[in-house]
Design a protein around this ligand. Structure first.
Ligand SMILES: [Zn+2]
Ligand SMILES: [Zn+2]
Ligand SMILES: [Zn+2]
Length: 314
């Protein structure tokens, strides 16, 4: 990204109030998704603070890998459909069924199975069933003003359980950059930084940090809920850096707000210590999700702050 683009996306003070000319429906995604994303209220009403739109992850400071680089070999399925046993992309079972739904999405799943989609080097066609997240938005979504939680994201269409809804995309960061950014946050700043930890093999943990604050997609408008309707699953396509794909955890009605559990848990089994008001000396933000099982406060990734504290005292 050019320095100029950065200035444009951050320069709230530099840009003068534009005259209120009613124009056609604003596309929050600026034409970069395969469907436009509208905003509510329409017209010249309030708008979300400016940010640079990207539909895919971009490499940010300290990233170990460039998420746009192709790191996986492709399969050689030309004559046959991609199926487990013959397709090298499907090592275990099929990830999706014939209606583009993620298989086995549900409460029973304690951990998410790894999902590898067919990629740019695969010889199978674009109709391959193992290509879902890469097809992009399939449902009309809208960024809207909520009562208590600032901007939120909702669907304008019915979404069946298991379907892919949108990604959570942004800058992929190294851990020291995450620490630096968290350090600069005030109590009023939203924290969009997400840490995904995956258990790979030999007990190793792979960590991915994504920050859509300055450069990101519509995923940054998703609210937290203690009973969310979306589930976040790491999905790999071309790169070892996972896409953070959000799937419908249940059937979702038109106009329903979309939410996921910021803590990465699903249908929150909260421990008592999760209800404490103060976490590592910081006042936690209240949760307004309204669910019966609401934990009262937004989740707090204490591990990010533990590292910080260690560094502060050291
Ligand atoms: Zn294949
Ligand atoms: Zn393939
Ligand atoms: Zn394929």
């Amino acid at each position: 990204m050019s320095a100029e683009a950065m200035k444009r996306s951050l320069g709230k003070t530099a840009c003068k109030e534009a005259p209120a000319i009613p124009t056609e429906q604003l596309d929050v995604a600026r034409g970069l998704e395969n469907l436009p994303v509208s905003a509510w209220p329409p017209g010249a009403g309030p708008r979300p603070a400016p940010f640079q739109y990207t539909p895919d992850h971009v490499a940010g400071p300290g990233a170990d890998m460039d998420p746009s680089q192709i790191t996986f070999p492709g399969c050689v399925c030309m004559e046959t459909p991609c199926l487990p046993g013959t397709c090298s992309c499907l090592r275990h079972a099929e990830s999706y069924d014939d209606s583009l739904c993620l298989r086995d999405i549900g409460l029973e799943a304690e951990y998410a199975k790894p999902v590898f989609e067919c990629n740019a080097l695969c010889l199978c066609g674009e109709n391959c069933r193992n290509r879902v997240v890469q097809r992009g938005l399939q449902f009309h979504l809208q960024v809207f003003q909520t009562d208590k939680k600032g901007w939120g994201l909702r669907t304008l269409e019915w979404i069946p359980k298991g379907r892919f809804v949108c990604e959570y995309a942004g800058e992929v960061l190294g851990f020291s950059e995450v620490q630096r950014r968290i350090h600069l946050q005030t109590a009023h700043d939203p924290n969009y930084i997400i840490a995904i930890r995956e258990h790979v093999y030999n007990g190793q943990v792979m960590e991915t940090f994504v920050d859509p604050t300055y450069i990101g997609n519509i995923g940054r408008f998703l609210s937290h809920s203690c009973e969310p309707n979306l589930l976040m699953i790491p999905v790999r396509i071309d790169s070892m850096v996972p896409k953070l794909a959000l799937f419908a955890a249940k059937d979702i009605l038109p106009a329903e707000e979309l939410s996921y559990d910021y803590s990465g848990r699903f249908l929150n089994l909260v421990g008592s210590k999760d209800k404490e008001r103060i976490d590592h000396g910081k006042l936690r933000k209240p949760c307004h999700c309204g669910a019966r099982s609401c934990a009262a406060f937004l989740p707090y990734d204490s591990s990010l702050y533990c590292h910080l504290e260690k560094q502060d005292t050291g």
